[in-house]
Design a protein around this ligand. Structure first.
Ligand code: GDP
Ligand code: MG
Ligand code: ZN
Length: 289
């Protein structure tokens, strides 16, 4: 039977079979020998156990995407969430966007707490206009504002990411019509601190959402400096016009990417690109140290 892994803790996996039932599984030894670690979100082939006995996870099917910290498979849409409070950390958002796009995962920018201050939406819209990222403005406390977001999530395996306190758990609870442990998660930072909590795939109310402890800040380790620009959709039509080829869009004279970004209200996003570029260069140079 085929199924989807919803969680794995201490070598025991839980899968929802394509028959809709939940199964407890152990991984066959050959997976370990092949260095395959099953992850939440994985599509798997399994042999259900009978009665109280656990079944076997036989095989992990090919993944459409993999993120490693924390490990999640087949994510299709990363919902980058910001709010008027806490003050948006847009470098974190861009970092997560780069991580997602280089892994082949689409992004959506979700601006929450619209009931408090609707003005941040405008600034963000201008900055991300050419970045080809859909933007949804919502208030987790007003369910009628969530229809657009819900529509964007249906049929895709999604995950919320962003600073602690922006309302990820509250939105998710509102969307799936079940109260999640709000607060339990918000006490934690998104900074990859040690945590015992595991990722889990929630399949509810027509949605598939990966609930994770938050993605690590070191997500850009191993990104080649030249590859960073591939995560910026707005550079695509412009790079070919830069004076230098290839151009890193850093400080090169005649850089059309820089000129355009500065001219179209995206200067801050461009400066954050340069910050991430410096960071990937540093990490790349240090990679064998
Ligand atoms: N005013 C307002 N408060 C919200 C909204 N969404 C979440 N909150 C509050 O923000 C705080 C943090 O929410 P939580 O879901 O735990 O954030 P998380 O850390 O991103 O999961 C809680 O006190 C929520 O009640 C919203 O749309 N409007
Ligand atoms: Mg939370
Ligand atoms: Zn350039």
């Amino acid at each position: 039977m085929l199924g989807t892994l919803i969680r794995g803790v201490g070598g025991m996996y839980t899968a929802v079979g394509d028959d809709g039932a939940e199964y407890t599984l152990r991984a066959r030894g050959k997976l370990r020998h092949e260095h395959i670690t099953p992850m939440a979100g994985d599509r798997v082939e399994m042999s259900p156990g009978s009665g109280e006995q656990h079944g076997w996870l036989e095989r992990v099917l090919e993944r459409s995407s993999v993120l490693t910290r924390p490990p999640v498979a087949n994510l299709e849409l990363l919902i980058l969430t910001i709010a008027p409070t806490p003050e948006p950390d847009m470098l974190l958002i861009d970092r997560l966007m780069v991580m997602a796009r280089l892994a082949g995962v689409d992004c959506l920018l979700c601006i929450n707490k619209n009931d408090i201050d609707p003005s941040i939406g405008e600034r963000v819209r201008e900055e991300y206009m050419a970045a080809r990222v859909p933007i949804e403005t919502v208030s987790a406390l007003k369910s009628d504002t969530l229809a657009g977001l819900y529509g964007a999530m249906v049929g895709k395996t999604c995950c919320f990411a962003g600073q602690s306190g922006v309302g990820k758990s509250t939105i998710l609870s509102a969307l799936i019509g079940r109260r999640l442990k709000i607060g339990e998660i918000s006490a934690r930072t998104e900074r990859g601190k040690h945590t015992t909590r595991h990722s889990e795939l929630l399949i509810e109310n027509g949605l598939r959402v990966l609930d994770t402890p938050g993605f690590s800040l070191f997500a850009l380790d191993g990104v080649q400096p030249q590859s960073l620009q591939e995560a910026y959709a707005e550079f695509e039509g412009l790079s070919a016009s830069c004076r230098f080829q290839p151009c890193m869009h850093d400080r090169e004279p005649g850089c059309v990417v820089r000129e355009t970004m500065l001219a179209c209200g995206a200067a801050a996003r461009y400066e954050r690109y340069r910050e991430l570029l410096a960071e990937t260069r540093q990490a790349w140079n240090d990679r064998y140290k």
